[in-house]
Design a protein around this ligand. Sequence first.
Ligand code: E4P
Length: 214
Amino acid sequence: MKFFLDTANVEQIRKINELGLLDGVTTNPSLIAKTGRPFPEVVREICKLVEGPVSLEVIGTETKKMVEEANKLVEYGKNVVVKIPITEEGLKAVKILANQGIRTNVTLCFSPLQALLAAKAGASYISPFVGRLDDCAHDGMELIQQIKQIYDNYAYATEIIVASIRHPLHIVQSAMIGAHIVTVPYEVFSKIASHPLTDKGIEIFLKDWAKVPT
Ligand code: E4P
């Protein structure tokens, strides 16, 4: 399973990148706004830092505008993937961009049918938002299961990015389902390698080792 970081914060990307396990980054307009920095400056830094795909979202809501923006966004780096919200206008843009050889990440997906349409349009990635569904008392992970089944049934090449992750269990469940990618917020990413029993175990081993005659 591939691990993406869901942030536009360069420091966070740098820290997680040091682990050597980072496969890509996803951003969105809210995450860019959170940095308080100019868009071109942040994006140039991220694209240089990260080897894998970097998702950058369009702001336009009409096909023509989305396609124009996408063609500008890909100038930032070879690893840029253009994030397109799933609307009818967005689907038309995805199809045009796929024909141009521009990779897309179809975002704000909340239903299996939206995911099916995105795959048919030629999306490289689909981003179902599990946490936001959970927030509305819907089972976000059930959506991942449905999309996985549909994509497997028809051998679609579109990769599932489980997005809007709120806690480590979302990652475990994504892996059990066989989702291709999880995009994880920094706060969750920095929790997942540790376990209190690992820390306790190391402490005991070191204490016992000190008793071994040298
Ligand atoms: C996905 O690509 C989005 O950036 C993100 O996962 C949204 O998560 P949120 O619901 O925590 O804002």
